[in-house]
Design a protein around this ligand. Structure first.
Ligand SMILES: Cc1ncc(C[n+]2csc(CCOP(=O)(O)OP(=O)(O)O)c2C)c(N)n1
Ligand code: SF4
Ligand SMILES: [Mg+2]
Length: 289
């Protein structure tokens, strides 16, 4: 497998998801992750098709069900680097229950949401992040970063913008390092405009604010970051950057795979040797005879 191989894409020219694809490739190359040790679980939507445009192991999950599948892949073989990727509709509507539980479970994989404030694949209906007035939407938009910050687990949390792929690559590298050190879950929401049904590139470029430049920035303190993000939003801006960078000592030993599989050998790599497993087989035989 060759990650850098160009695979034809079905995305519209200029789609924000191209920025994610390019940054993800760069991050994987920078971390020297062998393609056979990398698995991408895609959701349903334009964004969820990202694994089709990379030469690597991938699977297309059911709509809104990519997170349990990513947890399953990680537990089957914790040596793998696992990324789940999908859209705001996939993750924050039909997948909302799993969105919350992924923080609680805290398995070491990255969930990357490409938020374009619409259902792109089904031609531009309102999604949970759509603003009031978009396609007749009368509901308040959901904010994933504020929600993530309100769940007290050692997750890495960040928001990036497809218009700034350099920063996105750096944030992806940091998130994947967090996962690869078995420090638990990482969540990144990328602002990824749908140029066909909701072209927000220009507006977002003007509105994004790098939280690390704000007075009092402290990504180890959720309360501080919640307040900074809320204040930025109340000022009509969009906070981006690393919102929660857990203390490595606090995160150590807290990941799901380290709790369930202390030796980090999952069923996919378990020894099948009769000699090694003799005692277990004899116990089984005794139980059935
Ligand atoms: C169970 C089910 N319900 C509805 C759909 C139709 N559907 C396909 S993609 C999609 C939403 C896509 O929006 P989003 O997740 O934001 O991805 P985007 O296309 O914007 O990247 C929906 C509702 C489906 N495929 N399966
Ligand atoms: S419809 Fe929108 S989200 Fe889908 S590929 Fe085209 S620009 Fe991207
Ligand atoms: Mg979408």
């Amino acid at each position: 497998m060759e990650l850098a191989k160009a695979v034809p894409s079905t995305w519209c020219p200029g789609c924000g998801d191209f920025g994610v694809l390019a940054s993800l490739k760069k991050a994987v190359v920078e971390l020297k992750i062998p393609a056979h040790e990398f698995v991408l679980v895609g959701g349903i939507g334009c964004s969820g098709g990202i694994h089709n445009f990379l030469e690597l192991n991938g699977l297309h999950a059911l709509h809104g069900r990519l997170l349990p599948q990513a947890v399953g892949v990680k537990l089957a073989n914790p040596q793998l680097t696992v990324v789940a990727a999908g859209g705001d509709g996939d993750g924050y509507a039909i997948g909302m229950g799993h969105f919350m539980h992924a923080f609680k479970k805290n398995a070491s994989f990255l969930y990357l949401v490409m938020n374009n404030e619409t259902y792109g694949l089904t031609k531009g209906q309102a999604s949970p992040t759509s603003r009031i007035g978009f396609e007749g939407n009368v509901e308040h938009p959901f904010d994933a970063i504020l929600t993530a910050l309100s769940i007290p687990t050692p997750a890495f949390i960040a928001r990036t913008f497809s218009g700034d792929p350099k920063t996105m690559t750096a944030v992806l590298v940091e998130a994947l390092q967090h996962n690869r050190a078995n420090r638990g879950y990482a969540f990144i929401e990328d602002l990824s405009p749908c140029v066909t049904y909701n072209d927000t590139f220009k507006e977002w470029r003007e509105k994004v604010v790098d939280v690390s430049k704000l007075t009092g920035y402290d990504p180890t303190d959720r309360q501080v970051m919640f307040r900074l993000c809320l204040e930025t939003m109340q000022a009509g801006k969009i906070p981006i950057g690393v919102m929660h960078r857990p203390n490595p000592e606090a995160a150590a030993g807290m990941a799901l795979e380290t709790k369930l599989l202390p030796d980090l050998i999952g069923p996919a790599r378990a020894s099948m040797s009769l000699t090694e497993n003799r005692a277990a087989y004899e116990k089984l035989l005794a139980a059935v005879s």
